[in-house]
Design a protein around this ligand. Structure first.
Ligand code: AVJ
Length: 323
């Protein structure tokens, strides 16, 4: 029995470093920030809401793929494994698979530390027999799991990266990231990676998914400004900024931006940045892949046999890639 999960917090905000990273992105001639700053506590909740809106098909489609192919996936995946959930959020997706994959241990990793803590404690009560650990970690630039986890070298490792978060990386970054994921699960025990990938499709379907009628995605994107104000002491005003979600057909990616509705001067201790009306802050990329393009990427990252599971309309794919 594990009434409370082990919790290792590495990402407790190296506050000065975060502030510098943020401000240097804002000062750049083309202002930009990392999508990881979308996920403060409210941001994580707004993302949860996004997964429920009618136009945002990825979460629902991925759930359908797991529901229809989960048992086939489980046949490929070794039993008694440690299930390592990268970007676990509310831990719901992994929890739905516990009864299919029967992992021996669950490790949930997320940058949104407090949100993760709450989710995991609740999950531990539902699954008191499953050994659980939480890791507060920003793995976007380096996947360095803490030694304190004491991963057992003879326990197969299933890396779980659902939701198409891989789309936040450029193709070059995705390759580097997947190489690191491969290194973690490439033990002699038959582990691998279970990953969700959003597929290339029509511009209109994609743009509706990232600029929904209810305005939840707009709130999610604009909330980043409130998070900046907290992290960096900036004075962004919500009413000065509007949400942009557009599909860049050349680069196969959704881009989210915040666009200044008028000339704006943003100030902080020791600096300021002027924006002219119409100027944008680039806040997120969400790359879309083809089935063959992504399989090729997995191979280049070092993975062996791959199997892709999709929905009937091929909107979304889940790949199982053997380490
Ligand atoms: C969590 C990165 C998979 O790219 O679809 C949703 C984030 N951004 N709506 C995505 C997101 C705007 C989402 N990922």
């Amino acid at each position: 029995m594990n009434p409370t999960p082990q919790f290792i917090q590495i990402y407790q905000g190296q506050a000065e470093h975060i502030r510098e990273e943020l401000l240097s992105g804002l000062r750049a001639s083309k202002a930009h920030t990392s999508p990881k700053y979308l996920y403060d506590e409210l941001g994580s909740k707004l993302f949860e809401a996004i997964t429920c809106i009618p136009e945002y098909y990825p979460t629902r489609t991925e759930a359908l793929i797991f529901a229809s192919h989960g048992h086939d996936m489980a046949r490929q995946v070794p039993k008694g494994s440690v299930f390592i959930d990268l970007g676990a959020g509310n831990c719901e997706k992994a929890a739905r698979l516990f009864n299919v994959f029967h992992p021996a241990r669950y490790v949930a990793v997320d940058i949104s530390v407090d949100f993760l803590k709450g989710s995991l404690e609740c999950l531990q009560r539902q699954f008191p027999e499953l050994e659980m650990a939480g890791v507060g970690l920003d793995f976007s630039s380096e996947l360095n799991l803490p030694a304190g986890l004491a991963l057992n070298p003879s326990q197969p490792r299933i890396m779980f990266y659902p939701g198409s978060s891989i789309g936040n990386f450029t193709p070059e970054e995705a390759l580097l990231f997947l190489k690191q994921v491969h290194a973690v699960c490439a033990t002699a025990t038959g582990g691998g990676l279970l990953i969700g990938v959003d597929l290339v499709k029509s511009k209109s379907v994609l743009e509706a998914a990232y600029d929904d009628a209810l305005g939840v995605t707009a709130a999610f994107n604009r909330n980043m400004l409130l998070h900046f104000n907290t992290l960096a002491g900036t004075n962004f005003q919500l009413e000065d900024w509007k949400h942009i979600g557009l599909y860049n057909t050349e680069l196969n990616r959704i881009e989210m931006h915040l666009e200044a509705l008028r000339d704006v001067v943003v100030t902080w201790e020791g600096g300021e940045r002027q924006f002219v009306e119409g100027e944008r802050i680039h806040t997120e990329n969400s790359y879309k892949w083809t089935l063959t393009g992504f399989e090729d990427l997995l191979k280049r990252a070092g993975f062996g046999a791959c199997k892709a599971y999709t929905d009937p309309e091929q909107k979304f794919a889940v790949f199982w890639a053997q380490a």
